[in-house]
Design a protein. Structure first.
Length: 574
């Protein structure tokens, strides 16, 4: 039976033109003399390269061929795969667990014809085995990468539960007693202990590897919660033991230059880390809760953010309008949306596109998220009197051409922005409103007179971020009437999330922008002067061709960028 398998492989290689009959006969003879697998002999003799052999085998067996360079051999995070198949077994048998869905485990193998190994995997994992094929070299490298990094965090977390707690006093068994008993010297000493330092480093490194934007470390009565926000969604990660909470928070405070003795008031700080020649800024925020301090670390990885307006997801017509207004000599452009909707990224992309040595560009932000070459950026500090309004008044004496204001929060800031726009400056800023028409009424509600709003406004852009389907696993299907209900979709086939190792089994990878872009036409300016309601402004804007957030999301569904479920969850049927 084994011989028949080898002959099939040999015949296949001949049929593909990779070897000739004489080479096959020589390989079979050597295999009989030396033992081992025929494929290994053929590769060793240099008749066929390893990746050619595996690609042909995958084609013959109709099994997906994965390679390390494409990122396909990256196991899903947060599924405990390093426990499902241990490091020693994986290394010895050249198998790599990639993802687990219910009772189905996807595994990369160099020889999926090894029925005995597949049966062993079923037995030790208690799962049905789905195989993909990869070269042994790639699998061995991926094993070293996965068990060397991902498993390191898991091992450190596991070790935290086994650590002795003799030196840690507990008063009444609650966190409040524990905090009051630890002296400052002991707290600093514990924060500098090797296990704590290693844990914090691994938590941050793992978050960066997983493309997380935030890390949440939250204390509860009997445990710590550790979560990563990836593509806008929070995912739980196995947390360290509860008794390390104080030490972890102290270590983070030391790194971000915060007061480790202050546990009653919120604090903000920053950490700068360098990974693989990339400099990454991390903003740290702590707040007191009833069970201790919670920390949130915002990861600002410039290399992971695309600051190109054309690649953010805006549609061609929207881009045309935006590029026209941002190249205007003066006026006011607002980007609106809730927190986390990508407003700052869009502002940076705009600056990146319009900056040049002939323009003096100044920004005032809270805080400065990304540093841009050739642009003067100011970080507001209200505690010493450097507010948005104060900075803006100083800007006007700095001969600016373009001014970016991180956010309009009050009447004074709004007034300076409007007056600057009316006196020959291009002003870019953000507002917290749900859609573009609402921004007009918000400015008037703040206290700006309509006769000043109307001539100063150039355009309002409302946006959201929507998760993109993973291009490697998304599947097409025909939606039923019950799913569509009153939704009108032009395409008969749309796509939905499935999940694969490349997207961490979520079915989504990365995010795209959906938007409504409302340029201020003469008719709209007249409505603003008349204090028209935002409903009326919306009605006229739509008549003039403005696409709503909902319509923008449906376009993304029709073009296969996202799923219907994701589009509806983001727009809520707007």
């Amino acid at each position: 039976m084994a011989k028949e398998k080898y002959l099939r492989l040999g015949e296949l290689l001949i049929r593909e033109g990779l070897i000739n009959a004489a080479q096959l006969e020589k390989a079979i003879a050597l295999q009989h003399q030396q033992g081992g697998r025929l494929g290994e002999v053929i590769i060793r003799e240099g008749f066929v390269k390893e990746d050619q052999m595996v690609a042909v085998l995958g084609k013959q067996l109709n099994i997906p061929f994965f390679t390390l360079g494409t990122g396909m051999l990256k196991p899903a995070s947060g599924q405990g795969l390093e426990k499902v198949i241990g490091y020693d077994f994986a290394l010895k048998n050249s198998v790599l667990p990639l993802s687990r869905t219910l009772n189905s485990l996807t595994v990369a193998m160099s020889d999926p014809l090894d029925i005995i190994l597949v049966d062993n995997l079923k037995h030790i994992t208690d799962c049905e085995i789905n195989t993909v094929i990869a070269t042994q070299t790639d699998i061995q490298k991926a094993i070293a990468e996965f068990y060397g990094k991902s498993a390191m965090l898991q091992q450190a977390v596991d070790a935290s539960y086994d650590a002795s707690r003799i030196s840690i006093p507990e008063i009444g068994g609650d966190s409040e007693g524990l905090e009051s008993e630890l002296s400052m010297d002991k707290l600093i000493a514990r924060a500098e202990e090797a296990p704590v330092v290693k844990l914090v480093d691994l938590i941050i490194r793992q978050a960066i590897d997983e493309r997380a934007s935030d890390i949440h470390i939250e204390p509860f009565r009997d445990k710590i919660s550790l979560r990563y926000r990836i593509d806008g969604k929070l995912y739980e990660v196995p947390p360290p033991a509860k008794h390390l909470h104080l030490a972890l928070l102290s270590r983070i405070k030391i790194l971000s230059k915060l007061d480790i003795a202050e546990k009653r008031l919120p604090q903000d700080g920053a950490i700068m880390v360098k990974i693989d020649e990339r400099q990454i800024d991390i903003r740290v925020s702590t707040i007191p809760t009833i069970h201790g301090e919670k920390a949130v670390l915002r990861i600002l990885d410039r290399s992971a953010v695309v600051l190109e307006l054309g690649q953010m997801g805006f549609e061609a017509k929207q881009l045309e309008i935006m590029r026209k207004v941002i190249n205007a000599p003066y006026g006011l452009v607002f980007i609106t949306g809730p927190t986390g909707s990508g407003k700052s990224t869009t502002l940076y992309a705009i600056l990146n596109e319009i900056k040049n040595p002939t323009k003096n560009i100044v920004t005032v932000e809270d805080p400065v998220e990304y540093k841009l070459d050739g642009i003067n950026q100011v970080h507001v500090k209200p505690e010493i009197g450097l507010t948005f309004a104060v900075a803006l008044r100083s800007f006007l004496r700095q001969d600016p051409d373009i001014m970016l204001v991180g956010e309009v929060r009050d009447l004074e800031t709004a007034q300076i922005c409007v007056r600057s726009a009316l006196t020959g400056h291009l002003v870019l800023s953000t507002l917290h409103t749900n859609d573009a028409p609402s921004a007009v009424t918000r400015l008037i509600d703040i206290g700006i007179e309509p006769y000043m709003v109307a001539p100063s406004l150039l355009c309002i852009i409302a946006q959201r971020l929507i998760r993109k389907l993973c291009p490697d696993c998304k599947e097409a299907y025909e939606p039923g009437e019950a799913e569509l209900k009153n939704i009108k979709i032009k395409s008969e086939l749309i796509y939905r999330a499935k999940g694969c190792p490349k997207c961490g089994s979520t079915g989504y990878k990365g995010r795209s922008c959906i938007a409504e872009v409302m340029p201020l036409t003469e008719e709209l300016r007249e409505l603003v002067n008349q204090r028209a309601s935002f409903q009326k402004i919306r009605e006229i804007a739509r008549q003039q061709g403005m696409q709503t957030l909902y319509e923008s999301a449906m376009n993304k569904v029709e073009s296969g960028v996202t799923s219907l479920e994701e589009a509806l969850s983001v727009t809520m049927g707007e």
